[in-house]
Design a protein around this ligand. Structure first.
Ligand SMILES: N[C@@H]1[C@@H](O)[C@H](O)[C@@H](COP(=O)(O)O)O[C@@H]1O
Length: 243
């Protein structure tokens, strides 16, 4: 695993955006796996800035997002579909037809998860998967304790995730209780993985995930077994790993 220590959030975002840019430049028709959450927002802002300067072209890029809340319409400003359009898709020259987010409004979980997994397969897999890290070690919405071998599936969100995400909703009761997410198996099949972390409240989980035992209790710990992972973190998030 390569670890890059950034001075601060801005520097973390620039380093992560550099890695994504390199992927897009080297393979203009690449498949990018994308993530939501507050951590990658600065990365998307940086990519948009370079696109506006004329340094990046997304016209041939295809994207697949990690996850989506079940039952939240795309027009809801907390849906991950909305988030991706707001922070990236509507700001660059990506073809909307080539952007993919699980359809949270499909009530039949098996049907939607099967469709999404098949879609990823038909694209030839993910070239570079961007990930954030949940406070309990979740990646996508793969919560602690779930089997490592899962593909895209429907999850019941844990109390701690609902608690962490309620800041974006009017109240905890408004946070959806389920989500569709790429599984750990889907994520592990990506050719390259880029994980971004910032802030001192991630320092403990960074240490457990990347320097502790590989266990489903800390879903991100499986990334220790992937052969092309890059972790980009600010000083605060990397504080406990002696780097
Ligand atoms: N499903 C998302 C994850 O993909 C994300 O990594 C995590 C951390 O979010 P943040 O970056 O805001 O800490 O939150 C959500 O639960």
């Amino acid at each position: 695993m390569k670890i890059y220590k950034a001075k601060d959030y801005k520097d973390m975002s620039r380093k992560a955006a550099n890695i994504i840019s390199a992927q897009v430049i080297m393979k203009p028709n690449c498949v990018l796996g994308l993530a939501t959450g507050s951590t990658p927002i600065g990365t998307y802002d940086q990519l948009v800035e370079w696109y506006i300067k004329g340094d990046l072209d997304f016209s041939e890029v295809t994207t697949v997002n990690l996850d989506e809340y079940k039952g939240l319409p795309r027009t809801n400003d907390q849906s991950y579909y909305y988030f991706m359009h707001q922070h990236l898709f509507d700001r660059v020259n990506i073809d909307p037809e080539r952007t993919n987010v699980p359809n949270g409004m499909e009530p039949d979980a098996e049907k939607e998860c099967g469709r999404y997994e098949e879609l990823i397969r038909s694209l030839g897999g993910v070239d570079l998967q961007l990930l954030g890290l949940g406070h309990n070690g979740h990646i996508g919405f793969n919560e602690p304790g779930e089997a490592f071998e899962k593909e895209t599936h429907c999850v019941d969100l844990t109390e701690s995730t609902i608690e962490a995400n309620k800041r974006f909703f009017a109240s905890a009761d408004d946070v959806p209780k389920q989500a569709y997410t790429m599984g750990i198996k889907t994520i592990m099949q990506a050719k390259k993985i880029l994980i971004v972390v910032n802030g001192e409240n991630k320092a403990d989980i960074v240490e457990r995930a990347f320097f502790g035992p590989v266990t489903p209790e800390v879903p991100a710990s499986i990334l220790q077994l992937h052969n092309d992972v890059t972790l980009v973190g600010d000083k605060a998030a990397l504080a406990k790993i002696g780097i």
